[in-house]
Design a protein around this ligand. Structure first.
Ligand code: FE2
Ligand code: FE2
Length: 424
């Protein structure tokens, strides 16, 4: 009997040990499966991370390319702006194609009265000159008021353009156009034509190309507008440009009246410095035109509430160089062009675009930069609420001589102290 009891106890113990063992095995298996899941999750995260990193590096690479492209465009603007209309359009088409990697061909169409004129064509086919001389009607032309993509332009043209003409257009391009990135071209805000940038392979235009197209469309439209004024007398050119600046500033509440304020403040400083009447006159117009290059900077960048990306900031800074190129269209405004280029240079060489230092910064620019800073500081947009006259003067004194010429800064501060709050 005892033996039987003993056997029961042993069996019971064995069963307990087995249960405990199985539980242990079960929990170990669970742990192993959890570890496996965790490993899978980590591997996936790792590969996602790698993918993101490569995306980021490709985006930043593209951005760097865009910045380079944009700088290239600006340095070529001068050459382009001084040529006749036909060479001008060919120049801007070449610049646009060089900036958009997917584009291998392109054209610029302009409305001239009731006619549709091809002003520039780039392609590998034949009949290029013939296309320019065709009698095309303006109503056949596809006009897009915003940067957009048109799929298979040949097919789209078939709806409006007679077959004999659309065939010649195809021959000129020398291949099938899969899609075209279309940039509107405007003169004084009116849509006057389009720049077509054509992809000859089945590839999509990147996001980067789209934003570059926005920038180029703005820039080219501004150049077209300015070029159309070039035949007017000097006084009319100045007044027209001032109207363009005023109109532009009215659109952006943060800059309303800025150029007029800068011009008047600069003249007051110049008078106190006993500059010649000629220099005072130049100072006035330099004040009016110092930020004219901002017209070509897209509103999305100018009015962006948050921090600008490197690319956007680079475009923003380029208003100095663009302004100079714009003013260089007119012989009598070359001096003002120099001020537009150098009004963000600092006395210690820390400014832009060329890190000019001390006396190598033109005198008129050293005056304009003080008037510019004073007016900008008191504006709500740039410094929160906007600084009071006293606070702005304090800031200018703190930034002298790093940013400003100490001699001129002293005189400017006297002027700022003497003005009433009427310019606020
Ligand atoms: Fe500026
Ligand atoms: Fe300014």
């Amino acid at each position: 009997m005892d033996k039987l009891i003993f056997l029961y106890i042993v069996v019971a113990l064995l069963v307990i040990v087995l249960i405990l063992y199985l539980r242990n095995v079960q929990s170990s298996l669970k742990k192993i499966s959890q570890l496996r899941d965790e490993r899978e999750r980590l591997t996936k995260e790792n590969s996602d991370l790698k993918k993101k990193l490569s995306e980021i590096s490709s985006i930043s690479h593209n951005c760097e390319n865009s910045i380079e492209n944009f700088k290239n465009v600006i340095s070529n603007l001068e050459i382009v702006s001084q040529k006749n209309y036909s060479e001008f359009f060919e120049g801007i088409l070449d610049l646009a194609i060089s900036c958009i990697p997917e584009a291998k061909a392109g054209s610029i169409s302009i409305i001239d009265g009731r006619k549709w004129k091809y002003m520039a064509i780039r392609g590998s086919g034949k009949n290029l000159e013939k296309l320019k001389s065709l009698d095309l009607k303006s109503e056949w032309m596809i006009l897009t008021p915003k940067v957009s993509v048109i799929e298979d332009i040949a097919k789209a043209n078939e709806k409006n353009v007679p077959r004999e003409y659309s065939k010649i257009i195809e021959e000129v391009v020398g291949g099938h156009i899969y899609r075209s990135l279309v940039l509107p071209l405007k003169n004084g805000g009116d849509l006057v034509g389009n720049c077509f940038l054509d992809a000859l392979e089945d590839i999509q235009f990147s996001r980067n190309s789209h934003s570059m197209a926005e920038i180029l469309s703005n820039l080219f439209s501004t150049m077209i507008t300015l070029k159309s004024l070039a035949t007017l007398p000097e006084v009319s050119i100045n007044n027209s440009l001032r109207t363009i600046v005023n109109f532009y500033e009215m659109k952006n509440s943060g800059t309303r009246g800025h150029s007029e304020n800068v011009a008047h403040l600069a003249v007051r400083i110049g008078e106190r410095m006993n500059l010649s009447p000629q220099q005072i006159g130049d100072l006035y117009w330099a004040g009016i035109f110092h930020d004219i290059g901002l017209i070509a900077v897209p509103d999305e960048i100018l009015e962006k509430p948050g921090k600008l990306t490197d690319q956007e900031f680079e475009v923003m800074k380029s208003h100095t160089l663009i302004g100079e190129k714009m003013l260089q269209i007119y012989d009598h405004l070359k001096e003002m062009g120099l001020v537009a280029r150098t009004h963000h240079e600092n006395f210690d060489g820390s400014g832009y675009p060329e890190n000019l230092k001390g006396g190598s910064i033109p005198l008129l620019s050293r005056i304009i930069s003080l008037a510019d800073a004073f007016d900008t500081m008191r504006r709500p947009k740039n410094y929160g609420e906007g600084l009071s006259t006293e606070e702005a003067i304090k800031q200018i004194e703190a930034d002298t001589p790093s940013k400003y010429d100490p001699e001129i800064s002293r005189i400017a501060v006297e002027v700022f102290k003497s003005i009433s709050t009427s310019t606020r």
